[in-house]
Design a protein around this ligand. Sequence first.
Ligand code: ZN
Length: 163
Amino acid sequence: MKKINSTLFAAALMLSPATTSAQSDTADNEKKEAKKADQEVVVEANDQMQFNKKAFEIKAGDTIKLTLKHVGKLPKIAMGHNLVILQKGTNLAGWASKAMTAAATNYIPVDEASKKAVIAKTKVLGGGETDSVTFNIKEAGEYQYLCSFPGHFALMQGKITVK
Ligand code: ZN
């Protein structure tokens, strides 16, 4: 048991630079655009593995501030939730299955195609936590979002209609 613990600790240390840079990217985006959101959307996620919104509508080109609130009580390791918006036409199941094994990068796959498919993403949250992200989508159409925590996307997904 002791040996397993120290291995995990070492792995966590090695992985932390990637985590830090992913978070600062998000912070930069927020700084640039946080001031003038045209629309705010709040999505709640709970301990029953559900988003409270399965669909919402935005206008093409509008700056959207999206807030994810984990309204449950379970810790991140047991019931982590994020919200990832994918490019139109992305194979949701295929993307999610790659995400499942990407714990080191907060369940965002590291291959170029999968990274390119991400329009916006929140942090992975535990119960009681909140994170916001600002984005815009220029091209009208239907886009999907999901929670990429392992095993969640089948229940935790939704659709954004961009008009
Ligand atoms: Zn989830």
